[in-house]
Write a new protein. Sequence first.
Length: 573
Amino acid sequence: MTANDSAPSAHFIKKIIEDDLETNKYDGRVMTRFPPEPNGYLHIGHAKSICLNFGLAKEYRGLCNLRFDDTNPTKEEVEYVESIKEDVRWLGFDWDDRLYYASDYFEQLYQYAMQLIKANKAYVDSLSAEEIKEYRGTLTEPGKESPHRNRPVEENLDLFERMRAGEFEDGTYVLRAKIDMASGNLNMRDPVMYRILHAEHHRTGDKWCLYPLYDWAHGLSDSIEGITHSICTLEFEDHRPLYDWFLEQLKVYQPQQIEFARLNLTHTVMSKRKLLRLVQDDHVSGWDDPRMPTISGLRRRGYTPESIREFCERIGVARKDSVVDIKLLEYCIREDLNKHAPRVLGVLRPLRLIIDNYPEDQVEELEAINNPEDPSMGTRMVPCSRVLYIEREDFREDAPKKWFRLAPGREVRLRYGYYITCVDVVKDDKTGEVLELRCTYDPETRGGWSQDGRKVRGTLHWVSAAHAIDAEVRFYDHLFLKSNPEEVADGVDFQSNINPNSLEILKSCKLEPSLAQATPGSRYQFERLGYFSVDTDSSEEKLVFNRTVSLRDTWAKIEKKQQAEVGRIGHRA
């Protein structure tokens, strides 16, 4: 049973929302938001947050905003903004007219800061970033107060206004909250609220040279938008007291922040900073490289939004961090494509095969099933002729006893075609490489079934050589060799675990002619080979496919084994 044919499973955030609705805590409202920073492309971990925030709003008849926390102009770009909007829409969600930016609130945030200064709850500090870090203390030692902590209110107001006016260079001053330098929570030790940055902002241009820190802008943006349930990942749990302090001091509307476990996936890094390094260091072709865990990379590889939503539903929402096996993600796309992807014939490593007793000028149209899982998809006709291509690995000259594919003297079935028997092997005189197979066929076995009842164990896929179209096919493996890419020796970083064989390109593949009009993003099952998607690199001159996932269903075997174990335990009980 999947998430689409059952009621959504319950989790602790739903329980909180339902309790709040029952007590009418927010006048019956549910308002969530997805607040990405536009400093990189979204990845599969963000997909979990998108599905959660937009999904909760839909389930409880509320609303979900899309808000860009664009408070750092040195790392943010319009390209990232547009890619994020595209990814959210592709996953199946929409924010309607509720597209916001933290930069929309820069003036309001500035006025709030002035309010704290006037209340002697914030001050302008002259310490450098290194000195602030030194004064902060450690987890076991309290911090020290800045010598500028007790500047007069009027001096702080004057300096802060001049900071906004652009009188000072970057790093000259910062604005800090005046809280408690001895707090057990380091986030409460007079955190920085504003810094000077003479940088062009992608929306406000050079209007501002004074930019808020994330911790100052985030909670207040939620407050301004009237968010009821501010859902964050666990790393922000220690920041919640700071958000609450800001809101309480300003006496403004206070959302409820709730933390959940972020997604960690095997063989994957989930840090935008590290993903950016992979791009910058040319380990991948870009943010949308099909080996990347970005939503754009998964889309280009052939993943569907339905499969990603199903994956997010299956992993659930928890309070404690854990690591999810990437095989579950592969299982979800395999299950989806199995139901919806049309079947086609393709040969990736072609070996020429001639049927000696097949009429030289004859071309037949054989009926092939488009998808046995969905009869409504019907059938198609594929051409068959005297000269074919089969998969090179489907032939062995010295085949062992339990080899059920083609070998000298062995009979096999051609998918949708005939029984054939290998009668001769043509080799290169110098290298011994097999160049061509000579076979015979039984005309009475059209469709792949014998009239006399004899059976064969092997069925091969094939294409007609005269009708085949050429294609490039790219095979992708895990980008990292280790399940945990962060597992490194001293002095070595995560890039040392990169898989040097994560991409294999086959340039001489042969596909059935129906694929000549395949368009980028189209998905297919190449029979016996796996699921493939047309890449965006395709053109009229060159057809390029990415392998999305193999046919092997490892996760299903794991799940079946687990269910069997549960059954045995239950029986013993």
